[in-house]
Design a protein around this ligand. Structure first.
Ligand SMILES: Nc1ncnc2c1ncn2[C@@H]1O[C@H](COP(=O)(O)OP(=O)(O)O)[C@@H](O)[C@H]1O
Ligand SMILES: [Mg+2]
Length: 291
């Protein structure tokens, strides 16, 4: 039997996958989603979300895609790893992923044919049929100069009123240093946001939300308040770190046959990590009572 079933959950509450069902909408994240939806509907072109590793960019992407799924009039595609080496690979990927059909596209189509097919698709679907065409690129810090230039060209396609391609780039901070060197790109950003870690109250709410979402029905709190305070301080509010520490805490509950996650349990996990050489090295975090 899985550990989470022993504890009374239907699903694993702290899985490390970016599952939109477990997406906690802090005020900041709710605001980002609303802004992105407005930008898309107004077809303003380019939005950029920056954030450190583990702040929840991929989860946010998946949540956005889930929102789009229920809506009429959107054509969308999400790229998870945009490591395109040549223009040809870049445009072939667009043709394939947007399922662009064109008579001029034979297996030996030239780069010009591919570009034209994408352009025609944008005008046909975007301008004539009025669809909102969305390309979401995660890990966008991996885009090379050539790919950024291709995207800049695509953002030039527009009618008198709106852009034909809606582009959302999500990436680590280095994406910022890449795009500030391309002035024409920077000018085109319509919405930008930096995804920060959560604060202490949000950390607590994320934990409660995921516990509930996983089907936990008991009335008492599974994570005591002083434990969530320590979880916040140890993880600094990074959702990935929170999920990992909470997962360890629940496993420890089963192993130690305890009922609730308290401060002592969290401290034991942190101490064990320190002993194993895995813990963060900040000594202030390792002192008991001040993890
Ligand atoms: N808003 C959120 N609510 C709940 N869990 C989250 C949230 N954002 C991230 N997570 C958790 O943190 C983990 C890391 O998030 P992820 O989106 O992969 O971060 P990033 O892409 O920025 O590195 C996810 O697997 C998910 O479990
Ligand atoms: Mg990610």
């Amino acid at each position: 039997m899985s550990y989470y079933k022993i504890l009374g959950f239907d699903k694993e509450p702290f899985s490390s996958s970016p599952d939109p069902e477990f997406f906690y909408e802090s005020r900041g994240r709710e605001g980002v989603l609303t802004n992105l939806m407005i930008e898309l509907r107004l077809r303003r072109g380019l939005s950029i979300i920056l954030g450190d590793v583990g702040t929840g960019k991929t989860t946010l992407c998946r949540k956005l895609i889930q929102l789009l799924k229920g809506k009429e009039g959107f054509i969308y595609y999400m790229v998870l790893d945009p490591s395109y080496e040549t223009e040809e690979i870049f445009f072939s990927s667009l043709v394939r992923n947007f399922d662009i059909k064109s008579n001029s596209l034979s297996p030996s189509a030239s780069i010009l044919d591919l570009k034209e097919a994408v352009e025609r698709f944008l005008f046909r679907k975007g301008a004539e049929e009025g669809k909102i065409i969305v390309l979401v690129i995660d890990e966008a810090q991996k885009l090379n100069e050539m790919s950024l230039e291709c995207l800049r060209v695509l953002l030039n396609y527009e009618t008198n009123k709106f852009k034909l391609l809606q582009l959302i780039l999500l990436g680590q901070m280095e994406l910022h240093s890449k795009i500030i060197t391309i002035p024409n790109f920077l000018d085109r950003i319509s919405f930008k946001y930096a995804l920060n870690p959560l604060d202490e109250a949000e950390t607590r709410k994320l934990i409660e939300f995921r516990v509930k979402q996983a089907g936990y029905k008991a009335r008492m709190h599974l994570f005591l308040e002083d434990a969530t305070g320590d979880i916040y301080r140890y993880t600094r509010g990074y959702p990935r770190q929170i999920a990992m520490l909470c997962h360890k805490a629940l496993k420890a509950l089963v192993i130690k046959n305890k009922q609730v996650v308290d401060k002592t349990l969290i401290q034991e996990i942190i101490d064990e990590e320190a002993k194993a050489g895995w813990a963060r090295t900040d000594p202030a975090l390792l002192q008991k009572g001040n993890c």
